[in-house]
Design a protein around this ligand. Structure first.
Ligand code: XMP
Length: 430
C-alpha cells in the first residue's frame, strides 16, 4: 500500500469529518469507521499507523452508550482518545486537541508519513478492489453523474472487462447526456457498457401523472425494475459498484459508514439479487472525488458538472410531463448551458437550469395571437443546497439566452428569470 492511514473510530462525535479533514490537511490519509470495527477489519484497511477514538460529548451512538472492542486496544496500534470532559461540553474539537497536538500524535507517535495524494489513493484503491473482487464481476449503474463516473473510471482501471456498466436512459436526460456517457466510457475508456434506452417505457408510466412525489416514485421505481431486468440477463455477477461518497453517509449518532441515503443507493433491488458492495469513494469528500476523476483522466466537463437531480428533467417539466414541453425544457437547458459556458458562468454559478410550467400565455407570432409555453431560467449559488441565493446574471447574457430560446425552441413565446432565494423557494420547482 502506498499511503499511511490514521483511523478515526466514531464513538458518537459530530466532528468526525472535521477531524478527518484536519488530518488530511497534514498530508496524511485518514478514514472514519464505526466504533465496532474488528481488529482483522482494521488490519485489512492497509497501512494503519494509529487510531483516534472520537467520542464527542458522551460516547453515544443510536441512543446507546458505546465502546470499541477490547481487542482493538491489544492490536498494537497507537491510540488516542478525544472526548469532551463534562465541563468542556460547549468546546470545539480543535480546542480540545489543537493542530500541534494532532500533528505530534500523527507524526511523532504514529510515525506516519505525509504521503496522501490522489495518485497514491488511486493505487491503493485499485489494490483493494482487486483483492476484494478477484476474478469475479462487478455491476455498476452508470448515470453519468460525477460520483458514478469516477467509480466507473476507477473500476475500469482496476478490473477492466470484469466491470459491466449499465447506463439507463430514462428519457429525462439533458441534451446529448447519454451520448456523452457512451462516447467517454465505451469509445474512449473501452468499458463493457450496456446501454438501455428506456425512454418510451418511462414516459408511458409517467403519462398524466402531475404530482411531483408520485413522479419521483415512478421514476425511482422504474429505474430499479429496468436495472434489475438487465442484471438478471447478465451471468455471474457477485458485486455491485456504488458511487457512495462520504457526505452520503450520515455523520455520527448512527453507525457511521453503514447508513447511506437511499437515492444514491440502487436500493430496492429484490432479495434474491444479492450483491456485495464495492464502494471505493466512500471515504472521499466531493472536492476530492473531483480531484480523483481528474487524476483518472475523465473529461473536465464530466467531473465539474453541476448537480443534476436523479429524476432529471422530469421535475423541470412541471406537472404531467408532455413530450412537447419536455423537448422545450431540454432544448432551452442546452442553450442556457452553452451561453453560460461562453460567458464563463459555468465555473462561477453553482446550479443553473430551465423549467417549463404546464400552462400557456398569450403571445403574437406572424401577426396572430398564439398561446404558447414559457421558459423560466433559474441560476443559484449555495454552499450546501440548504439555502441559496440568486446569481445576478449579466443582462446581456440573459438577453442572448432569451433571444435564442425564443428563436430556437418550439412552442415557447416567453422567458422569465426566477429571482427567488431559498428559502422560501426551493432550488427546484417541484
Ligand atoms: P431543493 O429543490 O430541495 O434542491 O432546494 C436541493 C438540491 O437537491 C437537488 N434535488 C434532487 N436531487 N433527486 C436528486 O438526486 C431529487 O429528487 C432531487 N430533488 C432536488 C436539487 O437539484 C438541488 O441541487
Amino acid at each position: 500500500m502506498k499511503q499511511d492511514l490514521i483511523v478515526i473510530l466514531d464513538l458518537g462525535s459530530t466532528e468526525n469529518t472535521v477531524l478527518a479533514r484536519e488530518i488530511r490537511a497534514l498530508g496524511v490519509y485518514s478514514e472514519i469507521h464505526p466504533h465496532d470495527i474488528t481488529a482483522s477489519e482494521l488490519q485489512a484497511l492497509g497501512n494503519v499507523k494509529g487510531i483516534i477514538l472520537n467520542g464527542g460529548e458522551n460516547r453515544v451512538v443510536d441512543g446507546q452508550a458505546v465502546e470499541v472492542r477490547e481487542e482493538i486496544y491489544g492490536a498494537g496500534y497507537p491510540i488516542v482518545s478525544v472526548d469532551y470532559p463534562a465541563s468542556k461540553c460547549e468546546k470545539k474539537y480543535t480546542e480540545l486537541l489543537g493542530r500541534e497536538e494532532l500533528s505530534s500524535f500523527v507524526f511523532d507517535v504514529c510515525k506516519a508519513e505525509a504521503n496522501w495524494n490522489m495518485k497514491n489513493f488511486i493505487e491503493d484503491q485499485i489494490e483493494l478492489i482487486r483483492r476484494q473482487v478477484g476474478d469475479r464481476k462487478v455491476l455498476l449503474a452508470l448515470s453519468g453523474g460525477v460520483d458514478s463516473s469516477v467509480v466507473a473510471a476507477m473500476l475500469i482501471k482496476a478490473i477492466g472487462q470484469q466491470l459491466v456498466c449499465v447506463h439507463v436512459n430514462h428519457g429525462l436526460m439533458r441534451k446529448n447526456e447519454s451520448e456523452s456517457v457512451i462516447k467517454v466510457f465505451r469509445d474512449e475508456l473501452h468499458a463493457n457498457l450496456v446501454y438501455v434506452d428506456a425512454s418510451e417505457r418511462f414516459l408511458g408510466k409517467l403519462e398524466g401523472v402531475a404530482d411531483p412525489e408520485e413522479k419521483r416514485k415512478i421514476i425511482g421505481g422504474e429505474f430499479i425494475r429496468v436495472f434489475e431486468e438487465e442484471a438478471r440477463k447478465l451471468e455471474g455477477i457477485d458485486f455491485l459498484g456504488q458511487g457512495t461518497i462520504y457526505p452520503d453517509i450520515i455523520e455520527s449518532g448512527t453507525k457511521t459508514a453503514k447508513t447511506v441515503k437511499s437515492h444514491h443507493n440502487v436500493g430496492g433491488l429484490p432479495e434474491d439479487l444479492q450483491f456485495e458492495l464495492v464502494e471505493p469513494l466512500k471515504q472521499l469528500f466531493k472536492d476530492e472525488v473531483r480531484d480523483c476523476g481528474v487524476e483518472l483522466g475523465l473529461p473536465h466537463d464530466m467531473v465539474y458538472r453541476q448537480p443534476f437531480p436523479g429524476p432529471g428533467l422530469g421535475v423541470r417539466c412541471l406537472g404531467a410531463i408532455t413530450r412537447d414541453r419536455l423537448e422545450a425544457v431540454r432544448e432551452a437547458d442546452a442553450i442556457l448551458r452553452e451561453e453560460f459556458a461562453k460567458a464563463g458562468l459555468d465555473k462561477k454559478v453553482w446550479q443553473y437550469f430551465t423549467v417549463v410550467p404546464d400552462f400557456k400565455s398569450v403571445g403574437m407570432k406572424n401577426n396572430a395571437r398564439v398561446l404558447e409555453y414559457m421558459v423560466i431560467i433559474r441560476a443559484i449559488n449555495t454552499i450546501d443546497a440548504m439555502t441559496a441565493s440568486v446569481e445576478k446574471v449579466d443582462w446581456d447574457v440573459l438577453e442572448t439566452v432569451t433571444k435564442r430560446i425564443l428563436e430556437e425552441v418550439g412552442n415557447v413565446n416567453r422567458v422569465c428569470y426566477d429571482m427567488s432565494p431559498k428559502p422560501p423557494a426551493t432550488i427546484e420547482f417541484e
